[in-house]
Write a protein that binds this ligand. Structure first.
Ligand SMILES: C[S@@+](CC[C@H](N)C(=O)[O-])C[C@H]1O[C@@H](n2cnc3c(N)ncnc32)[C@H](O)[C@@H]1O
Length: 280
């Protein structure tokens, strides 16, 4: 089901709440992304602003954005005087993001938001480009394994988490009372490989046979024998796949995946006609 801003606004204005920010989430954020002096944070899909306020209390200047005006109506009312927070009505997947800080952010958070993005890869690439050097995107999300089938659309499964992780050089994963907390640093500049372990389908095999030829254009014997060249599957560890395990809340689910950092993208400084509204 696709939710539009009006659905979210109604939800917020009806006084409904989402899962409150838990103690484990708070301590993970404080430990993994502490605020440096002059630090700036972007909270995407801020809702009524509980996380934005926490980030401000940690010392960040915060841009809290949501595309549902109803969320911001409540945030302004309920979080009055809560520190250095700009409340911005903005669809993070649309134009108008030039109202965001041109010199980037140390931390960008998406709590209970990522599963709702329409084009996740594109949105995350845009957010990654807004990180200051060494900054992190923190995605906090329900996982499918602990989520009832009828609410599956609010959660990520392990394949979706792996796909998200593949676009980052450094990935840490923690458990916060059933939520996955992913700390992502150094966005990869190239798109992730789509190669997946598993058996090739008949069309792929036929295609591979058709192109395996020798220098004279003759079909290669391996193909004739039905043995097309096949890229071996990657081991799970190389793909950064987490090992599901019972762990204490807040403990890393898997050791941080530290790949050698490549070029770190700089903040996007484009400007193309604002549609965002600041509602602080
Ligand atoms: C489930 S609520 C979570 C709110 C808050 N982050 C929390 O933890 O309580 C998801 C929020 O994301 C907002 N949202 C979803 N997609 C968005 C987008 N593309 N741009 C900005 N906000 C978005 C919705 O309006 C909604 O307020």
């Amino acid at each position: 089901m696709v939710y539009v801003p009006a659905d979210w606004s109604r939800h917020h204005l009806d006084g409904r709440r989402f899962r409150p920010l838990g103690e484990v989430e708070r301590s993970l954020l404080a430990q993994r992304v502490p605020a440096p002096g002059g630090g700036r944070a972007l909270d995407v899909g801020c809702g009524t602003g509980e996380l934005a306020v926490f980030l401000a209390e940690q010392g960040y200047a915060v841009d809290a954005v949501d595309f549902a005006e109803g969320a911001l109506v409540r945030a302004r009312r309920e979080r009055r005087g809560a520190g250095r927070i700009r409340w911005l009505c903005l669809d993070i997947e649309q134009e108008g993001t030039e109202v965001l800080a041109g010199d980037g952010y140390e931390v960008i958070t998406l709590r209970l938001v990522y599963p709702f993005l329409r084009d996740r890869t594109r949105a995350m690439r845009g957010l990654g480009a807004r990180l200051r050097t060494g900054g992190a995107v923190v995605v906090i999300t329900p996982v499918a394994a602990n989520t009832p089938e009828e609410r599956r659309n609010v959660a990520l499964d392990e394949d979706e988490i792996e796909l998200l992780a593949e676009s980052w050089e450094e990935v840490e994963r923690y458990d916060a009372e059933g939520l996955a907390v992913l700390v992502l640093r150094h966005p990869r500049t190239a798109p992730p490989a789509v190669e997946k372990p598993g058996r090739l389908g008949p069309h792929a095999v036929a295609g591979a046979c058709a192109v395996v030829t020798d220098a004279h254009g003759r079909v290669h014997p391996a193909a004739v024998a039905g043995r097309p060249a096949v890229v071996p599957p990657r081991p799970a560890a190389e793909a950064g796949e987490p090992v599901p395990e019972q762990r204490a809340p807040g403990a890393p689910v898997s050791d941080p995946v530290r790949r050698s950092p490549r070029a770190v993208s700089r903040p996007d400084r484009r400007g193309d006609g604002s549609r965002a509204r600041e509602t602080a």
